[in-house]
Design a protein around this ligand. Structure first.
Ligand SMILES: [Zn+2]
Length: 443
Protein backbone atom coordinates (compact mmCIF):
# COMPACT_ATOMS: atom_id res chain seq x y z
CA UNK A 1 0.00 0.00 0.00
CA UNK A 2 1.34 3.43 -0.84
CA UNK A 3 1.87 5.63 2.20
CA UNK A 4 -0.45 8.31 0.88
CA UNK A 5 -2.19 9.42 -2.29
CA UNK A 6 0.76 11.56 -3.41
CA UNK A 7 2.97 8.47 -3.31
CA UNK A 8 0.40 6.53 -5.32
CA UNK A 9 0.28 9.32 -7.85
CA UNK A 10 4.03 9.63 -8.26
CA UNK A 11 4.30 5.84 -8.52
CA UNK A 12 1.79 5.72 -11.36
CA UNK A 13 3.49 8.68 -13.07
CA UNK A 14 6.88 6.99 -12.78
CA UNK A 15 5.44 3.79 -14.28
CA UNK A 16 3.98 5.76 -17.17
CA UNK A 17 7.32 7.48 -17.78
CA UNK A 18 8.93 4.04 -17.98
CA UNK A 19 6.24 3.13 -20.47
CA UNK A 20 7.09 6.17 -22.61
CA UNK A 21 10.76 5.21 -22.55
CA UNK A 22 9.86 1.63 -23.44
CA UNK A 23 7.62 2.71 -26.32
CA UNK A 24 10.17 5.22 -27.56
CA UNK A 25 13.05 2.76 -27.53
CA UNK A 26 10.89 0.10 -29.15
CA UNK A 27 9.28 2.11 -31.91
CA UNK A 28 12.08 4.59 -32.69
CA UNK A 29 15.22 2.52 -32.24
CA UNK A 30 14.53 -1.16 -32.00
CA UNK A 31 11.78 -1.95 -34.45
CA UNK A 32 13.00 0.17 -37.40
CA UNK A 33 16.44 -1.48 -37.35
CA UNK A 34 16.93 -4.39 -39.75
CA UNK A 35 16.82 -7.83 -38.14
CA UNK A 36 20.53 -8.47 -38.38
CA UNK A 37 21.36 -5.12 -36.87
CA UNK A 38 19.09 -4.59 -33.87
CA UNK A 39 20.59 -2.16 -31.35
CA UNK A 40 21.81 -3.86 -28.20
CA UNK A 41 20.38 -3.16 -24.78
CA UNK A 42 23.53 -1.18 -23.98
CA UNK A 43 23.32 0.92 -27.12
CA UNK A 44 19.74 1.91 -26.32
CA UNK A 45 20.57 2.47 -22.68
CA UNK A 46 23.36 4.85 -23.71
CA UNK A 47 20.82 6.98 -25.55
CA UNK A 48 18.96 7.66 -22.31
CA UNK A 49 20.94 10.80 -21.34
CA UNK A 50 20.18 12.30 -24.73
CA UNK A 51 16.48 11.43 -24.46
CA UNK A 52 16.37 12.97 -21.01
CA UNK A 53 17.73 16.23 -22.39
CA UNK A 54 14.90 16.26 -24.92
CA UNK A 55 12.13 15.28 -22.49
CA UNK A 56 13.03 16.81 -19.17
CA UNK A 57 10.14 15.15 -17.32
CA UNK A 58 11.92 11.83 -17.80
CA UNK A 59 14.50 13.06 -15.31
CA UNK A 60 11.92 12.72 -12.56
CA UNK A 61 12.28 8.93 -12.50
CA UNK A 62 15.12 7.00 -10.90
CA UNK A 63 17.47 6.45 -13.83
CA UNK A 64 18.09 2.74 -13.24
CA UNK A 65 14.34 2.18 -13.63
CA UNK A 66 14.44 3.72 -17.10
CA UNK A 67 17.31 1.41 -18.00
CA UNK A 68 15.18 -1.51 -16.83
CA UNK A 69 12.33 -0.31 -19.06
CA UNK A 70 14.71 -0.48 -22.02
CA UNK A 71 15.96 -3.87 -20.92
CA UNK A 72 12.37 -5.09 -20.86
CA UNK A 73 12.39 -4.97 -24.67
CA UNK A 74 15.38 -7.28 -24.81
CA UNK A 75 13.94 -9.62 -22.19
CA UNK A 76 10.62 -9.99 -23.96
CA UNK A 77 12.41 -10.36 -27.25
CA UNK A 78 14.51 -13.25 -26.00
CA UNK A 79 11.42 -15.08 -24.77
CA UNK A 80 9.79 -14.60 -28.18
CA UNK A 81 13.00 -15.73 -29.88
CA UNK A 82 13.22 -18.94 -27.94
CA UNK A 83 9.59 -19.68 -28.78
CA UNK A 84 10.25 -18.90 -32.41
CA UNK A 85 13.33 -21.10 -32.49
CA UNK A 86 11.05 -23.97 -31.61
CA UNK A 87 8.99 -23.23 -34.67
CA UNK A 88 6.32 -21.27 -32.88
CA UNK A 89 4.54 -18.53 -34.77
CA UNK A 90 5.15 -15.48 -32.59
CA UNK A 91 3.97 -11.95 -33.04
CA UNK A 92 6.22 -8.99 -32.45
CA UNK A 93 6.52 -6.60 -29.55
CA UNK A 94 3.92 -3.89 -29.60
CA UNK A 95 3.59 -0.35 -28.39
CA UNK A 96 2.06 -0.48 -24.94
CA UNK A 97 -0.94 1.50 -23.71
CA UNK A 98 -1.15 2.71 -20.08
CA UNK A 99 -3.38 -0.24 -19.26
CA UNK A 100 -0.83 -2.69 -20.57
CA UNK A 101 2.20 -1.25 -18.80
CA UNK A 102 1.75 -1.32 -15.06
CA UNK A 103 5.05 -1.93 -13.33
CA UNK A 104 8.40 -0.40 -12.50
CA UNK A 105 11.55 -2.32 -11.65
CA UNK A 106 14.32 -1.26 -9.28
CA UNK A 107 17.45 -3.30 -9.87
CA UNK A 108 20.40 -3.38 -7.44
CA UNK A 109 19.89 0.17 -6.21
CA UNK A 110 17.37 2.91 -5.52
CA UNK A 111 15.37 0.95 -2.96
CA UNK A 112 15.47 0.23 0.73
CA UNK A 113 13.52 -2.55 2.41
CA UNK A 114 13.15 -2.06 6.14
CA UNK A 115 11.61 -5.08 7.85
CA UNK A 116 12.68 -4.01 11.31
CA UNK A 117 9.43 -2.15 11.85
CA UNK A 118 8.54 -3.78 15.15
CA UNK A 119 5.63 -5.54 13.49
CA UNK A 120 5.86 -9.14 12.29
CA UNK A 121 5.52 -9.62 8.57
CA UNK A 122 5.48 -5.92 7.93
CA UNK A 123 8.07 -3.92 6.04
CA UNK A 124 8.44 -0.43 4.70
CA UNK A 125 9.79 -0.27 1.19
CA UNK A 126 11.30 3.01 0.12
CA UNK A 127 11.56 3.59 -3.60
CA UNK A 128 13.77 6.40 -4.76
CA UNK A 129 11.88 9.35 -6.30
CA UNK A 130 8.53 7.73 -5.48
CA UNK A 131 8.18 7.26 -1.71
CA UNK A 132 7.23 4.68 0.90
CA UNK A 133 5.09 1.60 0.53
CA UNK A 134 3.79 -0.48 3.42
CA UNK A 135 4.22 -4.14 2.71
CA UNK A 136 2.83 -7.25 4.37
CA UNK A 137 5.02 -10.17 3.45
CA UNK A 138 4.48 -13.90 3.77
CA UNK A 139 7.89 -15.35 3.13
CA UNK A 140 10.91 -14.37 5.23
CA UNK A 141 12.96 -11.46 4.01
CA UNK A 142 16.73 -11.49 4.47
CA UNK A 143 18.11 -9.20 7.12
CA UNK A 144 20.79 -6.72 6.19
CA UNK A 145 23.36 -8.64 8.26
CA UNK A 146 22.79 -11.82 6.26
CA UNK A 147 25.73 -12.19 3.91
CA UNK A 148 24.28 -15.11 1.96
CA UNK A 149 21.04 -13.54 0.88
CA UNK A 150 20.58 -10.23 -0.79
CA UNK A 151 17.64 -8.35 -2.22
CA UNK A 152 18.52 -7.67 -5.83
CA UNK A 153 15.29 -6.39 -7.27
CA UNK A 154 12.09 -4.71 -6.24
CA UNK A 155 9.18 -4.59 -8.64
CA UNK A 156 6.22 -2.35 -7.97
CA UNK A 157 3.05 -3.11 -9.85
CA UNK A 158 -0.41 -1.64 -9.95
CA UNK A 159 -2.72 -4.53 -10.65
CA UNK A 160 -5.72 -4.12 -12.89
CA UNK A 161 -7.84 -4.47 -9.77
CA UNK A 162 -6.23 -1.25 -8.53
CA UNK A 163 -4.23 -3.04 -5.82
CA UNK A 164 -0.53 -2.35 -5.51
CA UNK A 165 1.87 -5.25 -5.21
CA UNK A 166 5.56 -5.24 -4.40
CA UNK A 167 7.64 -8.23 -5.52
CA UNK A 168 10.98 -8.64 -3.85
CA UNK A 169 13.60 -10.73 -5.58
CA UNK A 170 16.09 -12.30 -3.24
CA UNK A 171 19.30 -13.87 -4.43
CA UNK A 172 20.72 -16.64 -2.29
CA UNK A 173 24.32 -17.59 -2.64
CA UNK A 174 24.70 -21.07 -4.06
CA UNK A 175 23.22 -23.10 -1.28
CA UNK A 176 21.66 -25.43 -3.82
CA UNK A 177 22.21 -29.10 -3.14
CA UNK A 178 24.62 -30.91 -5.43
CA UNK A 179 23.06 -33.01 -8.14
CA UNK A 180 23.99 -36.69 -8.07
CA UNK A 181 26.89 -37.67 -10.34
CA UNK A 182 26.00 -39.61 -13.45
CA UNK A 183 27.64 -42.81 -12.16
CA UNK A 184 25.44 -42.70 -9.09
CA UNK A 185 22.15 -42.42 -10.88
CA UNK A 186 20.18 -45.62 -11.14
CA UNK A 187 17.58 -46.01 -13.79
CA UNK A 188 14.62 -46.40 -11.44
CA UNK A 189 15.42 -42.95 -10.04
CA UNK A 190 14.92 -41.38 -13.44
CA UNK A 191 11.71 -40.58 -15.21
CA UNK A 192 10.69 -39.56 -18.70
CA UNK A 193 7.79 -37.17 -19.01
CA UNK A 194 5.50 -36.70 -21.95
CA UNK A 195 3.89 -33.28 -21.79
CA UNK A 196 0.72 -33.55 -23.76
CA UNK A 197 -2.26 -31.69 -24.99
CA UNK A 198 -5.04 -34.03 -23.97
CA UNK A 199 -3.30 -35.13 -20.79
CA UNK A 200 -1.00 -32.81 -18.93
CA UNK A 201 1.63 -35.40 -18.06
CA UNK A 202 2.18 -39.06 -18.75
CA UNK A 203 5.39 -40.47 -17.28
CA UNK A 204 7.59 -43.51 -17.85
CA UNK A 205 6.37 -45.08 -14.59
CA UNK A 206 2.96 -45.02 -16.24
CA UNK A 207 1.57 -42.31 -14.06
CA UNK A 208 -0.74 -39.78 -15.66
CA UNK A 209 -1.93 -36.36 -14.66
CA UNK A 210 -4.90 -34.77 -16.37
CA UNK A 211 -5.04 -31.13 -17.19
CA UNK A 212 -6.28 -28.80 -14.56
CA UNK A 213 -10.05 -28.79 -14.38
CA UNK A 214 -10.78 -25.21 -15.30
CA UNK A 215 -14.46 -25.51 -15.96
CA UNK A 216 -15.64 -23.53 -12.95
CA UNK A 217 -13.07 -20.82 -13.54
CA UNK A 218 -14.09 -20.51 -17.15
CA UNK A 219 -17.74 -20.34 -16.26
CA UNK A 220 -16.94 -17.62 -13.77
CA UNK A 221 -14.99 -15.70 -16.39
CA UNK A 222 -17.82 -16.06 -18.90
CA UNK A 223 -20.38 -14.93 -16.36
CA UNK A 224 -18.37 -11.86 -15.49
CA UNK A 225 -17.80 -11.03 -19.12
CA UNK A 226 -21.54 -11.07 -19.64
CA UNK A 227 -22.11 -8.96 -16.57
CA UNK A 228 -19.53 -6.43 -17.73
CA UNK A 229 -21.14 -6.16 -21.15
CA UNK A 230 -24.44 -5.17 -19.57
CA UNK A 231 -22.95 -2.23 -17.66
CA UNK A 232 -22.71 1.26 -18.98
CA UNK A 233 -19.21 1.85 -20.29
CA UNK A 234 -16.92 3.45 -17.71
CA UNK A 235 -19.66 3.86 -15.15
CA UNK A 236 -18.91 2.99 -11.54
CA UNK A 237 -20.68 -0.34 -11.91
CA UNK A 238 -18.75 -1.01 -15.08
CA UNK A 239 -15.51 -0.43 -13.18
CA UNK A 240 -16.54 -2.80 -10.44
CA UNK A 241 -17.53 -5.46 -12.94
CA UNK A 242 -14.24 -5.06 -14.77
CA UNK A 243 -12.24 -5.52 -11.59
CA UNK A 244 -14.18 -8.59 -10.68
CA UNK A 245 -13.51 -9.99 -14.16
CA UNK A 246 -9.79 -9.31 -13.72
CA UNK A 247 -9.86 -11.15 -10.41
CA UNK A 248 -11.50 -14.15 -12.07
CA UNK A 249 -8.68 -14.27 -14.62
CA UNK A 250 -6.08 -13.91 -11.91
CA UNK A 251 -7.57 -16.77 -10.01
CA UNK A 252 -7.39 -19.00 -13.07
CA UNK A 253 -3.78 -17.98 -13.70
CA UNK A 254 -2.82 -18.63 -10.10
CA UNK A 255 -4.40 -22.06 -10.12
CA UNK A 256 -2.49 -22.98 -13.27
CA UNK A 257 0.76 -21.79 -11.78
CA UNK A 258 0.09 -23.59 -8.55
CA UNK A 259 -0.59 -26.84 -10.39
CA UNK A 260 2.67 -26.61 -12.37
CA UNK A 261 4.69 -25.73 -9.29
CA UNK A 262 3.33 -28.63 -7.28
CA UNK A 263 4.02 -31.15 -10.01
CA UNK A 264 7.54 -29.78 -10.61
CA UNK A 265 8.24 -29.84 -6.89
CA UNK A 266 6.99 -33.38 -6.47
CA UNK A 267 8.84 -34.89 -9.44
CA UNK A 268 12.16 -33.22 -8.59
CA UNK A 269 11.99 -34.46 -5.00
CA UNK A 270 11.03 -37.95 -6.07
CA UNK A 271 13.64 -38.51 -8.80
CA UNK A 272 17.35 -37.87 -9.42
CA UNK A 273 16.77 -37.01 -13.06
CA UNK A 274 13.70 -35.86 -14.93
CA UNK A 275 13.63 -35.95 -18.72
CA UNK A 276 11.27 -33.69 -20.59
CA UNK A 277 10.56 -32.98 -24.20
CA UNK A 278 11.53 -29.55 -25.33
CA UNK A 279 8.68 -27.35 -26.52
CA UNK A 280 7.13 -28.98 -29.56
CA UNK A 281 5.03 -26.87 -31.83
CA UNK A 282 4.40 -29.62 -34.35
CA UNK A 283 2.16 -31.42 -31.88
CA UNK A 284 0.07 -28.29 -31.45
CA UNK A 285 -0.72 -27.53 -35.04
CA UNK A 286 -4.21 -28.97 -34.81
CA UNK A 287 -5.22 -26.28 -32.35
CA UNK A 288 -6.42 -22.85 -33.28
CA UNK A 289 -4.00 -19.99 -32.84
CA UNK A 290 -5.15 -18.84 -29.42
CA UNK A 291 -5.32 -22.26 -27.90
CA UNK A 292 -1.89 -22.97 -29.38
CA UNK A 293 -0.56 -19.80 -27.79
CA UNK A 294 -1.78 -20.89 -24.43
CA UNK A 295 -0.49 -24.46 -24.80
CA UNK A 296 2.95 -23.20 -25.80
CA UNK A 297 3.17 -20.76 -22.96
CA UNK A 298 1.97 -23.37 -20.49
CA UNK A 299 4.51 -25.87 -21.80
CA UNK A 300 7.27 -23.30 -21.64
CA UNK A 301 6.35 -22.28 -18.10
CA UNK A 302 6.23 -25.93 -17.06
CA UNK A 303 9.75 -26.60 -18.30
CA UNK A 304 10.96 -23.52 -16.45
CA UNK A 305 9.25 -24.62 -13.25
CA UNK A 306 10.95 -28.02 -13.50
CA UNK A 307 14.33 -26.38 -14.02
CA UNK A 308 13.86 -24.11 -11.03
CA UNK A 309 12.74 -26.91 -8.74
CA UNK A 310 15.46 -29.16 -10.15
CA UNK A 311 18.11 -26.76 -8.91
CA UNK A 312 16.45 -26.45 -5.54
CA UNK A 313 16.00 -30.17 -5.04
CA UNK A 314 19.22 -31.47 -6.59
CA UNK A 315 17.57 -33.13 -9.56
CA UNK A 316 18.87 -33.14 -13.14
CA UNK A 317 16.46 -31.72 -15.69
CA UNK A 318 17.32 -32.81 -19.21
CA UNK A 319 15.45 -31.54 -22.24
CA UNK A 320 15.32 -33.86 -25.23
CA UNK A 321 14.33 -33.03 -28.79
CA UNK A 322 10.64 -33.82 -29.25
CA UNK A 323 10.84 -34.95 -32.86
CA UNK A 324 9.67 -38.47 -33.37
CA UNK A 325 9.05 -39.44 -29.74
CA UNK A 326 5.41 -40.12 -30.47
CA UNK A 327 6.19 -42.14 -33.58
CA UNK A 328 9.08 -44.33 -32.49
CA UNK A 329 8.43 -47.57 -30.66
CA UNK A 330 10.08 -47.41 -27.23
CA UNK A 331 10.77 -51.14 -27.38
CA UNK A 332 12.22 -51.73 -30.82
CA UNK A 333 12.79 -48.22 -32.16
CA UNK A 334 10.81 -48.69 -35.35
CA UNK A 335 8.84 -45.64 -36.38
CA UNK A 336 5.18 -45.72 -37.34
CA UNK A 337 2.92 -42.83 -38.19
CA UNK A 338 -0.21 -42.30 -36.19
CA UNK A 339 -2.61 -39.37 -36.21
CA UNK A 340 -3.23 -37.52 -32.96
CA UNK A 341 -6.58 -39.16 -32.34
CA UNK A 342 -5.11 -42.65 -32.20
CA UNK A 343 -4.53 -42.94 -28.49
CA UNK A 344 -2.81 -46.32 -28.55
CA UNK A 345 0.67 -47.21 -29.61
CA UNK A 346 0.64 -50.61 -31.25
CA UNK A 347 3.93 -51.46 -32.90
CA UNK A 348 3.60 -53.11 -36.33
CA UNK A 349 7.11 -54.49 -35.96
CA UNK A 350 7.37 -55.97 -32.46
CA UNK A 351 3.78 -55.86 -31.24
CA UNK A 352 4.50 -53.61 -28.23
CA UNK A 353 1.11 -52.16 -27.31
CA UNK A 354 0.67 -49.42 -24.75
CA UNK A 355 -0.91 -46.00 -24.32
CA UNK A 356 0.43 -43.60 -26.88
CA UNK A 357 1.72 -41.10 -24.32
CA UNK A 358 3.23 -43.84 -22.18
CA UNK A 359 5.23 -44.99 -25.19
CA UNK A 360 6.42 -41.41 -25.73
CA UNK A 361 7.47 -41.02 -22.13
CA UNK A 362 9.48 -44.25 -22.33
CA UNK A 363 11.15 -42.92 -25.45
CA UNK A 364 11.83 -39.61 -23.70
CA UNK A 365 13.40 -41.51 -20.82
CA UNK A 366 15.78 -43.34 -23.16
CA UNK A 367 16.75 -40.15 -24.99
CA UNK A 368 17.30 -38.43 -21.65
CA UNK A 369 19.46 -41.23 -20.25
CA UNK A 370 21.62 -41.10 -23.36
CA UNK A 371 21.93 -37.31 -23.24
CA UNK A 372 22.81 -37.32 -19.55
CA UNK A 373 25.28 -40.14 -20.11
CA UNK A 374 23.75 -42.80 -17.91
CA UNK A 375 24.53 -46.25 -19.27
CA UNK A 376 21.65 -48.67 -19.52
CA UNK A 377 20.40 -51.82 -21.18
CA UNK A 378 16.92 -51.82 -22.65
CA UNK A 379 15.99 -54.75 -20.43
CA UNK A 380 16.53 -52.55 -17.38
CA UNK A 381 13.80 -50.17 -18.38
CA UNK A 382 10.90 -52.47 -17.56
CA UNK A 383 9.11 -51.48 -20.72
CA UNK A 384 5.43 -52.15 -20.40
CA UNK A 385 6.05 -54.13 -17.23
CA UNK A 386 4.63 -51.54 -14.95
CA UNK A 387 1.99 -52.65 -12.49
CA UNK A 388 -0.64 -51.40 -14.89
CA UNK A 389 0.00 -54.14 -17.47
CA UNK A 390 0.91 -53.30 -20.98
CA UNK A 391 -2.58 -52.46 -22.16
CA UNK A 392 -3.90 -48.99 -22.64
CA UNK A 393 -5.11 -47.65 -19.38
CA UNK A 394 -7.39 -44.77 -18.74
CA UNK A 395 -6.17 -41.72 -16.90
CA UNK A 396 -8.83 -42.33 -14.29
CA UNK A 397 -7.41 -45.74 -13.52
CA UNK A 398 -3.97 -44.23 -13.21
CA UNK A 399 -4.59 -42.83 -9.80
CA UNK A 400 -7.50 -44.74 -8.38
CA UNK A 401 -5.94 -48.17 -8.95
CA UNK A 402 -2.44 -47.05 -8.28
CA UNK A 403 -2.52 -46.95 -4.51
CA UNK A 404 1.22 -47.26 -4.62
CA UNK A 405 1.38 -43.99 -6.40
CA UNK A 406 -1.04 -42.36 -4.11
CA UNK A 407 1.08 -43.38 -1.15
CA UNK A 408 4.09 -41.96 -2.86
CA UNK A 409 2.23 -38.72 -3.34
CA UNK A 410 0.92 -38.56 0.18
CA UNK A 411 4.25 -39.34 1.74
CA UNK A 412 5.54 -36.28 0.04
CA UNK A 413 5.27 -32.70 1.14
CA UNK A 414 2.93 -31.96 -1.72
CA UNK A 415 0.02 -33.63 -0.03
CA UNK A 416 -2.54 -31.41 -1.65
CA UNK A 417 -1.37 -32.60 -4.99
CA UNK A 418 -2.77 -36.06 -4.42
CA UNK A 419 -6.15 -34.73 -3.49
CA UNK A 420 -6.21 -32.19 -6.22
CA UNK A 421 -4.90 -34.65 -8.77
CA UNK A 422 -7.75 -37.03 -8.04
CA UNK A 423 -10.27 -34.34 -8.73
CA UNK A 424 -8.41 -33.43 -11.84
CA UNK A 425 -8.27 -36.94 -13.13
CA UNK A 426 -12.01 -37.33 -13.45
CA UNK A 427 -12.15 -36.03 -16.91
CA UNK A 428 -9.63 -34.93 -19.34
CA UNK A 429 -10.64 -31.84 -21.00
CA UNK A 430 -9.71 -30.27 -24.25
CA UNK A 431 -7.49 -27.29 -23.50
CA UNK A 432 -9.25 -25.20 -26.12
CA UNK A 433 -10.68 -22.12 -24.54
CA UNK A 434 -13.35 -19.99 -26.02
CA UNK A 435 -11.64 -17.42 -28.09
CA UNK A 436 -12.55 -14.42 -26.01
CA UNK A 437 -11.37 -16.10 -22.84
CA UNK A 438 -8.20 -17.18 -24.54
CA UNK A 439 -7.34 -13.71 -25.68
CA UNK A 440 -7.75 -12.16 -22.32
CA UNK A 441 -5.78 -14.86 -20.54
CA UNK A 442 -2.82 -14.59 -22.82
CA UNK A 443 -2.57 -10.83 -22.60
ZN1 LIG B 1 8.29 -52.04 -31.65
Amino acid sequence: MPEDTTTAESAWNAIQTCREVYNHALTQEYRPAPDHNKPSYNTMQNMLPKWKREWSEWKGVYSKCLQMAVRRIKNSESVLDSLEERGFDVGRLKWKSPREYRSIKYNQSGFDVDNNTGQDGHAIVNLSKIGNFNLDYHRPLPTKQNQNAKITEVILKKQKTGDWTVSIVVKYDADYPEKPTVENISIEDTVGIDLGITKFIHDSDNRAFARLDEEKDRERVERRHRSLSRKQYESENWNKARQSLVRAYERLRNRREDYREKLACWYTQEYDAVFLEDLDVASMTQQDRNARNISAMSWYATIQAFERHGNKNGCHIVKVPPEGTTKRCAKCGVGSDKPLWVREHSCPSCGFTVDRDYNSSLEVQQLGLKKLGVEFEKEELGLGQSEYSSNTMSVEAGISEGSHHRDALLSNTAVNLAIEAENLMREHRSPTLKERTAKAVSE
